[in-house]
Design a protein around this ligand. Structure first.
Ligand SMILES: Cc1ncc(COP(=O)(O)O)c(C=O)c1O
Length: 374
């Protein structure tokens, strides 16, 4: 079986370096908010091209802490509306509701699966205060249009960059387009820890200081608590491991781009729609390689029979989730269509047998495959 993601092999590459990092942290006797975290924050901020990075417990907390910090700074108040795409991972919506704000869903563009700026504009009301696009699958949302929309209406622009480490347009990386950005270092992400992790990136010094305090019980000085914060810190070990993996992230991204190019040129099947080829000057981080098919379930069954593991990102849009069934939602046909048709193929550094996946895709025929149904 070709695995969807081989986390074991991906991390084995750093076995020796991880062991030295563990020893270094053990020898330091310091496990939370120490030198490793400070070094990782500086290195990741530099890599992205933004002034401040604050390491936190996970990607959901990164989003939540940005929103809560803006509330502390008086830029958001409870009940304010935040626009996000309907076809994202649940965390994007959870962060908004957890902060006492109102998630407002907009349809994505069918072509990119990213937030449609026109749909976002149509979803605005007098309570709208922020746009929260997601760089889904590792492709930048249309940040030029969204930034202009935010500017015209005085909205905050917050990037959910959990899937988009290193995605860029014109050399400008994810995490540097808006007022603030949230990253996840969940093990399966392009930059993945050996456990949970996340970060807030921002060019805004005041916001950075507020998030740094909020993640640490609302405290900047031991036992002095200016805010009611939380405990959400990226620990020393994870920071040390992430520093090692950050050094090869550019090379890993190159490999993902090579694998994606092979899929894009090799898969030829009228029942499979390929993702868009990046435009000139655009760099996709190819966190996921997502095809679409009207016969998605049959295609998934066929690939499984051929020894290829796949996943669906995501089978249920936010407005169809039970957790959000209490809210009234507009019609979101594009998000629903995507949920029924998307299928993610394996893509990761070190992946072997790409040709087998391509062959398996090309041999798919819904008329002859036994397991039918979209
Ligand atoms: C788009 C998106 N936003 C937010 C998150 C939340 O990140 P984490 O799992 O680190 O909390 C994820 C991760 O799965 C994600 O894919």
């Amino acid at each position: 079986m070709i695995p969807f993601l081989d986390l074991k092999a991906l991390n084995k590459r750093f076995e020796g370096e991880f062991a030295s990092a563990l020893q270094r942290v053990l020898d330091s006797g310091w496990f939370v908010c120490g030198e490793e975290l400070r070094a990782f924050e500086a290195e990741f901020a530099l890599w992205c091209g933004v002034a401040h990075c604050i390491g936190v417990g996970n990607g959901l907390d990164a989003l939540s802490l940005i929103l809560k910090a803006y509330m502390h700074l008086g830029r958001l108040v409870p009940g304010d509306e935040v626009i996000l795409p309907a076809n994202t991972f649940i965390a994007t919506a959870l962060a908004v509701s957890e902060a006492g704000l109102v998630p407002v869903l907009a349809d994505p563009l069918e072509s990119s699966a990213n937030l449609d700026p026109v749909a976002a504009a149509a979803a605005m009301s007098s309570r709208t205060r922020a746009l929260l696009p997601v760089h889904l699958y590792g492709r930048l949302a249309d940040m030029v249009a969204l930034r202009e929309l935010a500017r015209q209406h005085g909205l905050l622009l917050i990037e959910d960059a959990a899937q988009a480490h290193g995605a860029s347009l014109g050399g400008q990386r994810a995490g540097t387009w808006g007022d603030a950005a949230a990253f996840s270092f969940f093990p399966g992400k392009n930059l993945g820890a050996l456990g949970d992790g996340g970060a807030v990136l921002t060019g805004d010094e005041q916001l950075a200081a507020c998030v740094a305090s909020l993640r640490n019980y609302g405290s900047q000085r031991k036992y002095h608590h200016e805010q009611r914060g939380v405990n959400s810190r990226l620990d020393e070990l994870q920071a040390a491991f992430l520093r090692i993996k950050l050094r090869v992230l550019d090379a890993d991204q190159d490999e993902r781009n090579i694998l994606a190019a092979r899929y894009l040129s090799g898969i030829r099947n009228k029942h499979i729609v390929l993702p868009e080829v990046p435009v000139a000057g655009e760099r996709h981080s190819w966190h996921l390689f997502v095809v679409r098919s009207a016969y998605r379930n049959a295609l998934q069954a066929h690939l499984h029979e051929q020894g290829v593991a796949t996943l669906v990102h995501y089978p249920i849009p936010i407005h169809r989730q039970q957790a959000y069934s209490c809210l009234a939602w507009p019609s979101l046909p594009v998000a629903e269509r995507l949920a029924e048709t998307v299928l993610s193929l394996p893509i990761y550094p070190g992946m072997k047998r790409v040709d087998r996946v391509i062959e398996a895709c090309n041999s798919f025929n819904p008329d002859s495959d036994s397991c039918m149904g979209a």
